[in-house]
Design a protein around this ligand. Sequence first.
Ligand code: SAM
Length: 281
Amino acid sequence: MKRIAREVLGEDYASRLWRRVEFIGDIALIRTPLGMDPRDLKPLAEELIRRLPYVKSVWAAIPGVLGEYRLRRHVWLAGEERSETIYREHGCLFRVDINKVYVSPSLNYEHIRVARLVKPGEVVVNMFAGAGLFSIIIAKYSKPRLVYSIDINPHAYNYMVENIELNKVKGVVEPILGDAKRVIEEKLVGVADRVLMPYPELALEYLPYALKALRDTRRWIHIYLHVYTGKNEHWRIKAKSIIEDKLRELGAKYSVENIRKIRNIGPRTHQVVGDVSIINK
Ligand SMILES: C[S@@+](CC[C@H](N)C(=O)[O-])C[C@H]1O[C@@H](n2cnc3c(N)ncnc32)[C@H](O)[C@@H]1O
């Protein structure tokens, strides 16, 4: 990829594009570096189509994620002008439209890591499920009794329904369209052994509802956060104190068992996950 970029765009541009291409099914996504016009990437996109037979469509992603559905803006560059594809992860298939639902290969390891923690017979609530990746991979790799899989974006919900069929996990993953807060209050109080909160922007605000969804004792919450660190701060210590402060404020008894960095998302900005054992709520 770097070689193709160097040949087409020259050394300077190529060095700025390194590690900036993601493959989602047969779609290649080039993350446009700040200050660069996405149309300048067209020659590279055409070359990718010419040289990589498995790539059928190339889009540029504009920096940032927008709105409550967490969508990225994309500009079509080359190949078929199509934004829907089948994305494969851990042997599962996911139909997604990159312009209509959030999907990111950066969560690839996280999906299987959490799936492996789920014990047979567990009831899981996934508060921010997108097109169903965590929920379906959990259903395939562990033996949960039920995974309630909530998303507020109707497109994400529709793809989730289709992906449940596609992966033959109907009856194990229950798709729900709505605001996780309201869905939990209306029908999921005290049902869960484990709650997933894979949406950093709402995780702290919605933590009281995650606690409500849990059964009484010894349960798990996986909370995803964006953590900003100052000069002498360490991301792990900062993340732990953010989670602990919030749980203390909510009156829960807890133990933060593990904190892991998923990736850096900017200067001194880290996407992390905390695995929290809730001893009593
Ligand atoms: C970061 S994405 C989730 C990614 C997904 N879990 C995955 O593994 O691919 C966050 C999701 O939360 C959904 N969302 C935003 N606000 C919500 C709310 N109040 N209730 C439920 N879902 C919400 C968005 O539509 C989006 O699909």
